[in-house]
Design a protein around this ligand. Structure first.
Ligand code: SF4
Length: 87
């Protein structure tokens, strides 16, 4: 069960997928020349949070369970992202 979400600011490209998919957990932050996602500190529906993380094109979102275990991104998701960028 997801009990915490984090956004890696440096990896976020501000595409908006996460705050559209789950506005309870993610919101947009205007950085001036740039938009970034931030975690609101609240949790949304478990499925919507997972959809937001899985839909993030840069895997900037981490989903963490109540024991501190990283649920997403998985190693498979990281490998898939590397495979699309290693060319
Ligand atoms: S989906 Fe990922 S890249 Fe897009 S705004 Fe959210 S954290 Fe940033």
């Amino acid at each position: 069960m997801i009990s915490k979400v984090e956004v890696e600011e440096a990896a976020c490209i501000g595409c908006g997928t996460c705050w559209v998919a789950c506005p309870q957990a993610f919101s947009e932050h205007d950085m001036g020349d740039d938009l970034k996602a931030v975690a609101t500190g609240a949790l949304g529906d478990q499925h919507f949070m997972r959809s937001a993380a899985e839909g993030c094109p840069t895997l900037a979102i981490s989903l963490i369970d109540e024991n501190g275990v990283m649920l997403f991104p998985t190693e498979e998701a990281r490998a898939a992202l590397r495979a699309t960028t290693d060319w």
